[in-house]
Design a protein around this ligand. Structure first.
Ligand code: PLP
Length: 379
């Protein structure tokens, strides 16, 4: 007789057993193996299609003889570089294998069962999963009919019961952000016991947006607790190396996050690659310029097709569609041609009915042209 198997659901907390089976990541390699005749165009993960600075590759190859040794767990070289770039203290910084790891730590460390997290809707979807895993409830504030987000409407939901405000700026998937006056309104409304989690994974791409606020300066001036999450996956093209960082309002908060985390979390080669990437400002600026001009061009082309897009400060554009099904259908049809983009649920229309959004990473000009050509046939 077969032995009875212990139900894994009984071994984990109830909140974990109840988590929905969420679609995470894209299996590009498997797709290519099954469709060898197609040229893949990856516009589904907001990656940098140009790759990192050549200095990164030099740094990796010249440090291969060190991979049997544990890394510097204080990330001291990288921390020094970022502290000087950002004008903060080294002790305010935390590092991990991606901004998402810092986000997960924050949810585990800061949220108690029954807590509330306030955010935009739609926003970076893993927030919902990790908040639910911590037993917290997420309250999403939807966008307006003109595809903007209203700071006034956001403030209406702020009260002392909100444990955490998660504000993704520029927001994934819409690319939206609040201006200085809008953000100030939100900051003023927040209780000093509410943690402000600013997810600025795409902050570099708002460099040409004159109204993008210095959120850290505003929060610091207001004396409100915050952490700004940043990543080297996007602008610095190190998604595969896994390194993200957080800028904390106070060094004691950074110390608590470090104390509750694993000891060695950023690898030897990753640290060398990150310092090298940071040293090549020309490489970064060239990519940012390419994004600014292609973003403008794509926005114009999309408008010419009669489609509605959010105003984006990210390395992606985001279309608004009448239904989630429509967004998913375009994603799937596009994938048949080898082009990956991302359909998501947008604003809710009824309890189980949603508008759709379609997030499209800004690729190289030839990739964007191919995507536009196919999109025209699908909408
Ligand atoms: C808004 C947002 N935050 C965080 C992350 C995670 O970045 P990382 O690659 O550093 O884990 C992403 C990745 O796509 C993102 O879109």
């Amino acid at each position: 007789m077969a032995k009875a198997i212990t139900d894994p659901n009984t071994l984990v907390r109830d909140e974990i057993a109840k988590l929905p089976n969420f679609r995470v990541g894209v299996r590009y390699e498997e797709f290519k193996k099954n469709n060898p005749e197609l040229d893949l165009i990856r516009l589904g993960s907001n990656e940098n299609p140009y790759g990192p600075s050549p200095r990164v590759l030099d740094a990796i190859t010249s440090n291969l003889d060190k991979i049997h040794l544990y890394p510097d767990n204080t990330c001291s070289d990288l921390a020094r570089e970022f502290a000087s770039l950002l004008n903060v203290k080294v002790s305010q910084l935390v590092f991990d294998c991606g901004a998402e790891s810092i986000m997960l730590s924050l949810m585990n460390v800061c949220l108690r069962p029954g807590d509330k997290v306030l955010c935009l809707s739609p926003t970076f979807p893993v927030l919902n999963i990790w908040a639910a895993a911590a037993g917290a409830t997420v309250i999403g504030i939807p966008h307006e009919d003109d595809l903007s987000f209203s700071a006034e409407r956001f403030c209406l939901s702020i009260d002392q019961s909100i444990r955490m405000i998660y504000l993704c700026m520029p927001n994934n998937p819409t690319g939206s952000y609040f201006s200085k006056s809008e953000l100030s309104l939100i900051i003023e409304s927040v209780d000093p016991n509410t943690l402000f989690v600013l997810d600025e994974a795409y902050v570099e791409f708002s460099g040409n947006k004159l109204d993008y606020p210095d959120a850290i300066a505003l929060l610091t001036e207001a004396g409100k607790p915050f952490i700004s999450l940043r990543t080297m996956s996007k602008a610095y093209a190190l998604a595969g190396m896994r390194v993200g960082y957080g800028i904390c309002y106070h060094e004691d908060f950074a110390a608590l996050l470090k104390r509750s985390n694993t000891v060695f979390n950023v690898g030897v080669l990753t640290l060398k690659a990150a310092v090298a990437a940071l040293s090549d400002k020309v490489h970064l600026d060239n990519y940012l310029e390419a994004i600014y001009s292609e973003r403008r061009r794509l926005e114009d082309e999309i408008a010419r097709m009669g489609l509605r897009a959010f105003e984006s400060g990210g390395n992606f554009i985001c279309l608004s569609l009448p239904s989630f099904e429509k967004a998913l259908k375009i994603e799937q049809d596009m994938q048949q041609t080898g082009i990956f983009i991302k359909g998501q649920r947008g604003r809710s229309i009824a309890s189980s009915d949603f508008e759709g959004v379609l997030r499209i990473t800004i690729g190289k000009p030839a990739e964007n042209n191919q995507m536009l050509k196919i999109l025209k046939t699908l909408v």
